[in-house]
Ligand binder design. Sequence first.
Ligand code: RAT
Ligand code: ZN
Length: 430
Amino acid sequence: MVSLMEKRGAAVDLLTDPAELRRYVELVVETTPVSDVHTHVFPPEFEGLFSHGIDDLLTYHYLIAETLRSTDISHARFWELSKTARADLVWRSLFVENTPLSEAARGIVSIFDAFGLDPRSPDLAEARNYFKSLNLNDHLDRVLEMSGVSELVMTNDPFDEREAHVWGTGANLDSRFHASFRLDALLGDWGETVEILASRGLSLGPMIDDGAVSELRHFLDSWIARIKPLYIAASLPPEFRYPDTNVCDQLLRQVVLPTAREHGLALALMIGVRRGVNPALKSAGDGMGKADIRALENLCAENPDLRFMATFLSRENQHELCVSARKFNNLMPFGCWWFLNNPSIVSEITNERLELLGPSFIPQHSDARVLEQLIYKWRHARVQIATVLSETYARLLQSGRAVTRDEVVRDVQRMFSGNFRAWVGLSPGA
Ligand code: RAT
Ligand code: ZN
């Protein structure tokens, strides 16, 4: 006997067979282009900031921390080594003498696989020759295609001299790369900001008075005009509170929020990082802590005309973020950040977001720093997202409502690019 649902299925292309549903969701998630909303990848024009190839991949800070757990070398000695020697050491300790079980190490294996390189090689000779032989612009196109990334957002720091130099040349930048305006230096260390700005001819005192506010606003306005960012961003420690009585609060209220408002820019907050927990590890030494979600809720409540994007480093905060986003429709949760970007946790967070928010969130950003990381970060994330999403549709089917192929495409497009593009004011699907 043909059920009512099967009859309807034939008419409107309903996915009523669980196995077919799963295959179709996997296909759509695998092939839908993504807007990568937060990366540290730069195009080749950014000299000194464009990272690519095997030595950059292996000296990624995630792998450095892991290597120093599996070798006897002292931290000080490690940092004395050249980049090539560090990469050799990482390869030997994590890929030859040990099995690459961690997520960051498996990522390298996925990249080797994508380029047909041998992940069991005893050394890096083959990989080095391969990456050396590439034409960089063709390689960039290929990596973006292999990752299914149609556009990506860089992290642009107006206080970084190298950036100031590139933007100053007026070079025509690759239109797949968007800018974001990262203000960690300003919000995190006023003393250092004053010094950097002094070297650029701006003299600010230790106090944030009207003069300083207007100088700073002018400085930010001119950078925004130059780099045309899609949003303003900052990473913040677990101790971040709003309201507060400190300099960060003053700068947020008097400089950052008014600037976002005036330029119609969203504000992306990444909360929960404890910088330099182990200074001997340098760039690999940051840790995390649980933050107070009320700071973000207060910001959203006080500024209903501003749009916030937010992610947290603590798993507990990610669940709280879903609840906050239900209360504030000017809040967009994004990504499974840094220490949360592991299959088990991506799956958990994506599930809780779907359960609490439907498709109104941005499931992942890559946070890639080295070009080829885009390949593994997106391949791995897509597997988790496809599984969670197909299980969600399967539950819906069990409850009595099947989805159509068009609905699956619509949902994935919304989560992979539509939500972000709408949030930052880009036209849909361009
Ligand atoms: O994920 C990372 O690679 C971190 O080092 C940070 O860059 C973090 O994502 C950040 O944007 O501060
Ligand atoms: Zn980042």
